[in-house]
Design a protein around this ligand. Sequence first.
Ligand SMILES: O=C(O)c1ccccc1N[C@@H]1O[C@H](COP(=O)(O)O)[C@@H](O)[C@H]1O
Length: 230
Amino acid sequence: MPGSFASSPLVKICGITRADQAQQIVTLGADALGFICVPTSARYLDPDQIRCILETLPRFSRAKQPLLSVGVFADASLETIAQTLALSQLNSVQLHGNEDLDYCLTLKQSHPHLTLIKAFRVKDQKTLYQAQRYGSAVDFFLFDAFHAQALGGSGQTWDWTWLDPVPMARPWWLAGGLTPENLQKALVNCAPAGIDLSSGVEVEPGIKDLEKVTQLFRLLALPDPTSHPV
Ligand SMILES: O=C(O)c1ccccc1N[C@@H]1O[C@H](COP(=O)(O)O)[C@@H](O)[C@H]1O
């Protein structure tokens, strides 16, 4: 695990577009890398471009766990996902659109070894309760901020205190506007299985700021500020 916070969250850096940056981010300690498969995004890569990057990466993270390579889709056809997986060698899928429960069940049935993450764009606390229906179909939930103009990668945060009373049917990832600056505050409010950062560690869409990524892992290696020695 990269961090010594109480929750020791997994770390996903999303919106990777360059092999050299992907390699450095894995060396720094990332557990997962995200590749945007949504054609309208400035961070979009096609399946061949993703495969070329993945071929340069180790199969295991610094924590000696299989590196998660996550394709981010939004309302793509099941056929598009199947083709992309076959061509790119991605091992995980993040569904960031309005995919329903049947869609998730079908995808999981046809790709049982796939790590499946269902993203929800949180408008209010109701979204968090509604997400629980997907518990039987996916491996992880991911909670991102709702933004009227952008599907994701908006840099917008949301009210993390909404999470507090919600019983989670699955381990979950925190996303939406996370930065090395606000991460500590976020992790005091909640204990996700993983954290997902994109624009908060970027110079421009798709180009990561490796200084900020380094700062992030340094921060996660610090002792948990909420823990007290016994
Ligand atoms: O990053 C994109 O361009 C994108 C496009 C379409 C769907 C999702 C996208 N990104 C996801 O957005 C969240 C949060 O990003 P940020 O940290 O607020 O910039 C993250 O899960 C990305 O996977």
